[in-house]
Design a protein around this ligand. Structure first.
Ligand SMILES: *Cc1c(COP(=O)(O)O)cnc(C)c1O
Length: 642
């Protein structure tokens, strides 16, 4: 396809002098010529500098093979406080290129203000190399590569035009850098560009209102090549690909600055996160830096992490199968242990089939994003776990959040959305509040409106229901939700997540859940530990009773102390409110030998920071009672402070 170079120069006579008004150039397809000519004429006739009385519009045909395509330089921004600051940034930039006399070059730059074109300067000897030193050199015949259907933009984009020019210039033979400042009195942003570093905007290179402007091309090479360089700049037709439309879209010189600021802000708001290192297994008593602490925050509800049979099973799996699985389930990573555990889980949850994921988080991501198709709607409780929220975000479905465990609100939202297909998803036990989803009602609504239902049983499995089978057992239901999701990482003392449901559902997830497909499968030790934990739970359901009795004992003691708490699970939120105070209390408790974590925004709402106690079957009643008294005392002491 033949392309056309279009150039416009506009000027006017004023006091016998020829004053430049505006200039622009483009490389266009034939059908774009009319519209663009009109846009450039309009620019010349309605310019802030005055109305042109002479307009030269030149259009030349160009064969496609005369055109060179190059990529736009990467853009960075230097935020200069003053013009001197900006000039210093240029000197530093030049130093990085190995140019010694940056200061002298900046001095030369002033001599370009009177020139129409650019100065071509030997970067090392400072010799002027352009043949006409009064006029200077002009780089022409260039444009941003674009699809021929773009709109002729009649408002001039300084930024894009500068990038196009700089990209062409620094691709010239032996040009190592360009420095530029606009003569527009209102435009104080300049730039320095080099092929090796890119295009650096300098946000302040002169004072507002200053009419100076100039341009230097820095040359390093044999002088007999100068004519070739000039010929490229003045005649070679260049289209620049991937020109960004605004500087905001590009990275900044100090890309880390916003991250640093973000962390400082978190620190000020007492939201900065740090970790404590534990030196022992996660039992009722742990050690941190030699200090003995009562663990009151672990998800190891049944204490199986340090159980002899569970550990032996993991060790034996390592002995038999090694330490890793070597691939994703669909390639080389499907061991006998994976299939056996899936069978066991499906039976435990009374479902046809099960599918393992590497974590509970990944299970929610995979399940929800696979089920949430474009035309479906997901109804999600406002207090659902972050992994459910992320799964929803990753799906293509419309997301509707309903008020926490509010079935009237849920039904109203279903009615008004009137989806043709969709999913209701909820934590079974809410991880920060310890309360239990209204599953009977959720299932009723799901049936009534032909939706799927899904429960996240991370804190339900091994905890609620008479024998720890979870929420279906807790409510004594005959039927169960379509999808029971869970994790192996809490009561089951291992790591990994799972989905249980119909064979059809599991086949579908195996084929579509990306967090299942594209990740190396669980390692033998994790699989064997979880399977043994399930067996221990089945053989000794009294551990669930112990957990429940412990939880009651702890709550009762706190309530006797006037600290109001309640729970239906093994999670006990002790509401504090203020983030700073919650952190303070957790720290005081730590000093007193109680490991209890403060939960803050964004895990819970701002101003609803809390201590989140989690009880284990392996706690002793006397430990729990003593801890409850201590907690009450410290809360009272710290609340009295305020
Ligand atoms: C912990 C948890 C998860 C994530 O499980 P992991 O195995 O830790 O990734 C998912 N949902 C809920 C409700 C949880 O509490």
């Amino acid at each position: 396809m033949v392309l056309y170079s279009m150039k416009m120069r506009a000027s006017r006579q004023e006091n016998g002098q020829n004053q430049h008004i505006s200039g622009a150039e483009k490389i266009l397809a034939e059908k774009e010529l009319g519209e663009n000519a009109a846009a450039l004429l309009s620019r010349a006739l309605h310019h802030a500098k005055g109305r042109a009385d002479f307009i030269n519009l030149k259009i030349e045909a160009t064969e496609p093979d005369e055109i060179t395509y190059i990529d736009a330089l990467p853009v960075s921004t230097f935020h200069a406080a003053t013009p001197e600051d900006g000039q210093q940034a240029i000197c530093k930039f030049l130093n990085k290129l190995g140019i010694q006399n940056a200061a002298a070059i900046m001095h030369e730059f002033k001599n370009t203000y009177a020139m129409r074109g650019a100065m071509l300067l030997d970067a090392d000897t400072l010799e002027r190399l352009e043949p006409d030193q009064e006029r200077g050199l002009r780089a022409t015949y260039m444009d941003a590569a674009h699809t021929p259907n773009r709109q002729a933009d009649d408002c001039k984009n300084h930024f894009q035009e500068a990038i196009v020019l700089a990209s062409k210039v620094v691709h010239a033979p032996h040009i190592i850098a360009e420095i530029c400042m606009s003569d527009d009195p209102d435009y104080v942003t300049g730039y320095v560009a080099a092929p090796s570093i890119g295009y650096m905007r300098i946000t302040r290179l002169k004072a507002m209102g200053c009419p100076d402007g100039g341009r230097i091309f820095l040359y390093r090479g044999p002088h007999e090549d100068v004519p070739a360089c000039i010929s490229y700049l003045e005649n070679k037709k260049v289209l620049v690909r991937n020109v960004p439309s605004t500087p905001q879209a590009a990275w900044t010189a100090d890309s880390w600055e916003p991250l640093k600021k973000n962390l400082e802000q978190r620190q000020r708001a007492k939201l900065y996160r740090k970790m404590k290192t534990i030196d022992t297994p996660q039992c009722a008593h742990i050690a941190v830096k030699g200090q003995d602490l009562l663990m009151l925050a672990s998800n190891n509800y049944l204490g199986l992490i340090d159980e002899a049979r569970v550990k032996a099973a993991a060790i034996s799996a390592v002995t038999s199968y090694g330490t890793g699985s070597g691939g994703s389930r669909l390639t080389t990573g499907n061991l006998f242990l994976h299939e056996s555990l899936e069978t066991h889980l499906a039976a435990f949850k009374k479902k046809q089939a099960a599918l393992l994921f590497n974590t509970g988080y990944m299970a929610n991501l995979g399940i929800i994003s696979a089920l949430g198709t474009k035309h479906s709607v997901i109804f999600s409780d406002e207090l659902n776990h972050a992994s459910i929220i992320d799964g929803c975000r990753l799906s293509q479905a419309r997301i509707i959040v309903y008020r926490h465990n509010d079935m009237a609100d849920l039904e109203a939202r279903i009615r008004s959305a009137a989806p043709s297909s969709g999913l209701i998803v909820s934590d079974a036990v809410f991880s920060m509040d310890g309360d239990i989803a209204n599953l009977p009602q959720i299932m009723k609504l799901a049936k009534k409106y032909h939706l799927l239902s899904m429960m996240d049983e991370a804190h339900a499995t091994g905890v609620i229901g008479r024998t720890g089978h979870g929420i279906v057992e807790y409510y004594g239901l005959e039927e169960s939700p379509d999808i029971l999701m869970g994790t192996l990482s809490k009561a089951l003392a291992s790591e990994g997540g799972f989905a249980c449901g119909s064979q059809l559902l599991i086949n579908y997830l195996r084929n579509t859940a990306r967090s299942f497909i594209f990740s190396t499968s669980l390692a033998p030790a994790s699989l064997a530990a979880a399977e043994m934990a399930l067996s221990v739970l089945a053989a000794e359901p009294e551990c669930v009773v112990r957990l429940r009795n412990n939880t009651r004992c702890f709550c009762r003691t706190l309530n006797e102390e006037g600290i109001s708490v309640k729970t239906d699970s093994a999670i006990i939120p002790i509401l504090i409110g203020d983030e700073g105070r919650a952190m303070d209390i957790a720290q005081r408790l730590f000093e007193e030998g109680i490991f209890l974590t403060a939960i803050r925004y964004p895990t819970v709402k701002k101003g609803s920071a809390r201590l989140r106690a989690a009880i284990m079957a392996t706690h002793t009643e006397s430990d729990l009672i003593a801890a409850a008294h201590k907690i009450a005392a410290i809360i009272k002491e710290r609340t009295g402070d305020k």
